[in-house]
Design a protein around this ligand. Structure first.
Ligand code: AMP
Length: 120
């Protein structure tokens, strides 16, 4: 598994604004926020993309969502609402190849989330 900026954050080799940590995951504020609240929840285990999630990761991936909801409740925006997104590979805009949930909140979030005209 190749080293990413997120594995360096896990090892505290580079700084991040960490808001939550437990045995399995870490959450920190996104360096380039797209909403008033924008943080990432990442597993401590390196998994490059959604395509690389294996059956043995079932509980770990569920845990990321539970952590996201826990933080949302603690920070007080759970009832108001929020969006959780995980991008996979180039067309979805994935830039860091260590899976991560984007958690966005703090303003009405448009749908669909992309700005390009959809060609179907
Ligand atoms: P994605 O494009 O889905 O792979 O998302 C990667 C996210 O990581 C982007 O929203 C970046 O702004 C964010 N990011 C990259 N480097 C850092 C960093 N050092 N600390 C916090 N967020 C970062």
């Amino acid at each position: 598994m190749s080293e990413t900026i997120f594995s360096k954050i896990i090892k505290r080799e580079i700084p991040a604004d960490i808001i939550y940590e437990d045995e399995f995951c870490l959450a920190f504020n996104d360096i380039n926020p797209q909403a008033p609240v924008h943080f990432l929840v990442i597993p401590k285990k390196s998994i490059a993309t959604i395509n690389d999630i294996e059956e043995q990761d079932r509980e770990l991936v569920g845990h990321l969502y539970i952590a996201a909801a826990k933080i949302a409740k603690e920070k007080g925006f759970a009832d108001d609402g929020y969006r959780v997104v995980m991008n996979c590979n180039e067309s979805a805009g994935q830039t860091v190849f260590h899976i991560h949930l984007h958690v966005l909140a703090g303003k009405p979030l448009g749908w669909p989330p992309y700005t390009d005209k959809l060609k179907v």
